[in-house]
Design a protein. Structure first.
Length: 375
């Protein structure tokens, strides 16, 4: 009797033990299933902590989308074509960024404008010419006495610097093309030489209106014609179209003397003083003359004989890489003035430049000045 009474409680207690375990497992499975379907509410601290990385990832995604929408440039694109007509294709390389800088490069024919503009855009002085943003003057073009660049070309760097390379000022090759080449460029009211001068003044006033920095390149130190042309363009420069104030925008002007020799480096003070006299009464040099001298960038030719020992000696000036690095640092360190009296994006700057060029082509002031040159 005692044994049976002891066995019955054991049997009774073992049956509900299995039922309890089944119910516990069932409740656990149902909670896990519900937690997958409906997330449990979290406290404010966990929610605040989990929202931070999502916000950061969202900002990174927006920036990545903006950068991916910008077309990368392998070479420069034209904004003024061969006939100096506006081209809208360049706007696809621009964004809504307001932190940008426009650098214009001008000069005579064969002075190295495209080469220096490409180096400012990031090309190495010892790099291959085919990798340059702006096509440099080839050997055939140089031997034929013609110019490489026609119109105005634009290149945009990854640092959002916009570089502009122009056709040469007062080019004898363009004059020859008007007189003996394409007769459709000849004006009915102006002589060919006057027409070339008016075109050069149009390009100068155009760059003065849309650039933060203007780099003027020459291949010899004393050239009174170029400063006189700059002051004339400053006089004929029209007021800003979208300026809310009456303040006139003028770019920072930097004079660069390319292919300089030893005597040019030893007479830098005399050349600056001559340049200061030639640019007298100009507002662009009120804060002083900024001038740089660059030696000839003699690149080693593959398969050529080594240079003589006297060439390896000190030449009386620093290397081209060192001189150009000083120029590049100066260009990138200059403050960026306001072009229109209010903030501009890259795209609005492009549309403003198109309007300015259209107004310059119809400028009565330039037309009257061209008639005065013929009298």
């Amino acid at each position: 009797m005692v044994e049976t009474s002891n066995e019955k409680p054991k049997g009774k207690s073992s049956v509900p033990a299995f039922k309890e375990t089944d119910s516990v497992i069932h409740t656990i499975l149902t909670k896990e299933h519900r937690s997958k379907e409906i997330p449990e509410p979290q406290n404010n601290s966990n929610k605040h902590q989990s929202s931070r990385p999502r916000k950061k990832n969202g900002i990174q995604q927006v920036l990545a989308n903006k950068l991916s929408s910008v077309t990368e440039m392998a070479h420069a694109t034209a904004i003024l074509d061969y006939q100096l007509q506006w081209v809208d294709k360049g706007v696809e390389y621009l964004t809504d960024n307001k932190d940008f800088c426009v650098v214009g490069v001008i000069g005579g024919q064969g002075v190295g404008k495209s080469t220096i503009a490409s180096m400012l855009a990031g090309a190495r002085p010892t790099g291959a010419r085919r990798s340059y943003m702006f096509w440099p003057q080839s050997r055939d073009v140089r031997e034929n006495g013609v110019n490489q660049t026609y119109g105005v070309y634009m290149a945009v760097s990854t640092e959002r610097y916009i570089f502009l390379d122009t056709q040469p000022l007062l080019s004898h090759s363009l004059l020859d093309n008007i007189m003996y080449g394409d007769r459709s460029f000849m004006s009915e009211h102006l002589s060919p030489d006057t027409q070339i001068e008016i075109q050069s003044l149009q390009l100068l006033t155009f760059l003065m209106s849309i650039c933060h920095v203007l780099v003027v390149i020459n291949d010899w130190s004393v050239d009174p014609m170029l400063p006189a042309l700059l002051k004339t363009a400053e006089m004929l420069k029209p007021p800003a179209l979208d300026s809310a104030t009456r303040e006139e925008h003028l770019p920072h002007i930097i004079f660069v003397y390319n292919f300089s020799n030893r005597s040019d480096f030893t007479q830098e003070k005399e050349h600056k003083e001559t340049l200061r006299v030639l640019m007298k009464f100009s507002k662009m040099v009120e804060n002083g003359i900024m001038a740089f001298w660059l030696p000839d960038n003699k690149l080693p030719v593959r398969g050529a004989t080594p240079p003589p020992p006297q060439y390896l000696q000190y030449q009386g000036h620093a290397s081209f890489q060192h001189c150009f690095e000083r120029l590049r640092n100066k260009v990138f360190s200059l403050p960026r003035g306001n072009l229109a009296g209010h903030p501009l994006t890259e795209k609005t700057w492009f549309h403003l430049a198109a309007r300015i060029w259209d107004s310059l082509q119809k400028s009565q002031q330039l037309i009257e000045f061209g008639r005065l040159l013929q009298t």
